[in-house]
Design a protein around this ligand. Structure first.
Ligand SMILES: [Mn+2]
Length: 426
């Protein structure tokens, strides 16, 4: 199903007066303080975040999964869902596919559908964390790090197949996240596992087209609980450096031990030109995959401060692949994703309000209080009218959640797809 422009205009009608009033007030204030409101609006409008195909259905925990009715059960339906998100928010203009869950049957049809909804194919994700039907080898004891050459070769070939599929769709990046590691001390030789992973990644890298990137994701634990082979940004960066200039580190917010200074990690990776991708989510304890900004919005803002600084000052670092990597257990996945997109835009907009020159001067003066004031003044600004305006300028909804509910979209999806559908891979 496709949302028509007039549907969104109808949903905007009752909100328009209040929006205009709030926007004018904020825009006047910001302009008086030296901000270029048009520039901020343009940056917000250009900022597009990929939606992963696996986030469109209900996720689950290791205890169970509660279905959300009307879930997309085919790749086409997943792309349609991203189309709904993009129509309403104007900031979800890309989809990130997971192979083998999303292998297209008809490449041209899938490409046409995506382009009719203004959606691009972002990084493709390989899967060596579970066994595939009829596979000759098992990943139970690891994939790219496995002590068995046959397993490693199967995992390498899978990644090469993923590149091939992504290439046919117009993707330009491969994201590798490994579940490899050990559950108990002594189970693995750390050095052998790392060396095998390095050699395997190099073999995959050889199959990477010239204009592609390889994004190496890290995670400290889970599903292996004693050690993971690529446990942190240092391990990821070492592997990326070994592979070559098209390989980068990917930071996932949830893949850190509690209280890690993630803003510092992204800052230094950008300085070294090695931050390739970023996965958004939020967490309280571990890799909780909660709605972006729902638990630690200030940390998200501080991270965006560094990302904005890097985007403006580090030409050595490429454009980043942005993606939401969340899971939805109790909310409608589409509503949850709308909330995440809103939180991302909000943190980005606040970071854009930081006067970097003023901050630099305060830092050089060692005026610690002023540095904090500059950050917190930006953080305390209610930037929502700016985000609304950026969406409105592109034909989106003033309030995407309200529009989603007013247009009764979930029930339309249930009507067309049926109630008990399950997204592939979930
Ligand atoms: Mn991730």
């Amino acid at each position: 199903m496709k949302i028509q422009a007039e549907n969104i205009q109808d949903a905007n009608k009752n909100l328009l007066d209040a929006h205009n009033e709030n926007f004018d007030f904020l825009a006047n204030k910001l302009t008086k303080n030296g901000h270029k409101v048009e520039d901020i609006l343009n940056k917000l409008a250009e900022f597009q975040v990929a939606i992963p195909s696996w986030a469109l259905g209900a996720g689950g925990t290791r205890f169970g999964r509660f279905s959300f009715y009307g879930e997309p059960s085919s790749l086409e339906q997943k792309i349609e869902d991203v189309g709904i998100l993009h129509s309403l928010t104007q900031t979800a203009g890309a989809v990130s596919l997971h192979i083998p869950w999303d292998v297209p049957e008809d490449y041209n049809a899938v490409k046409e559908l995506a382009s009719s909804l203004d959606i691009k194919f972002d990084a493709v994700n390989s899967n060596t964390f579970q066994d595939q039907k009829d596979a000759a080898e098992t990943y139970k004891y690891g994939s790219l790090s496995n002590t068995s050459q046959a397993v490693r070769e199967q995992a390498i070939q899978h990644n090469l197949d993923v590149i091939n599929i992504g290439n046919k769709l117009g993707s330009k990046a491969l994201t590798v996240w490994l579940a490899d590691g050990s559950c108990f001390p002594g189970q693995n030789n750390f050095q052998t596992a790392f060396q095998n992973t390095q050699d395997s990644l190099k073999d995959i890298y050889k199959g990477l087209p010239d204009d592609w990137k390889m994004l190496v994701e890290y995670k400290p634990y889970e599903p292996n609980f004693y050690s993971t082979v690529i446990q942190d940004w240092g391990a990821s960066l070492m592997l990326a450096n070994e592979c070559g200039e098209k390989a980068y580190t990917l930071v996932d917010l949830g893949h850190h031990l509690p209280n890690s200074n993630i803003e510092q990690i992204v800052s230094i990776l950008q300085l070294k030109g090695k931050l390739g991708g970023f996965h958004f989510n939020d967490s309280k304890y571990g890799d909780d995959d909660l709605t972006v900004g729902s638990i630690k919005p200030y940390a998200l803002f501080l991270i965006f401060n560094e990302l904005v600084y890097g985007m403006e000052n580090n030409p050595q670092n490429p454009d980043l692949a942005w993606m939401i990597d969340a899971s939805h257990n109790v909310k409608d996945p589409l509503e949850d994703l709308i909330q995440s997109l809103e939180a991302i835009q909000e943190a980005f907009a606040k970071a854009l309000l930081i006067d970097q020159d003023e901050l630099k001067a305060a830092q050089l003066d060692n005026d610690v209080v002023k540095c904090q004031e500059i950050l917190q003044t930006a953080y305390r600004t209610d930037v929502r009218p700016l985000i609304e305006k950026a969406r409105l300028n592109r034909g989106g909804a003033i309030s995407p959640i309200k529009a989603y509910r007013e247009l009764d979209l979930r029930n339309h999806l249930i009507d067309s797809r049926g109630k008990h559908t399950i997204a592939t891979g979930l």
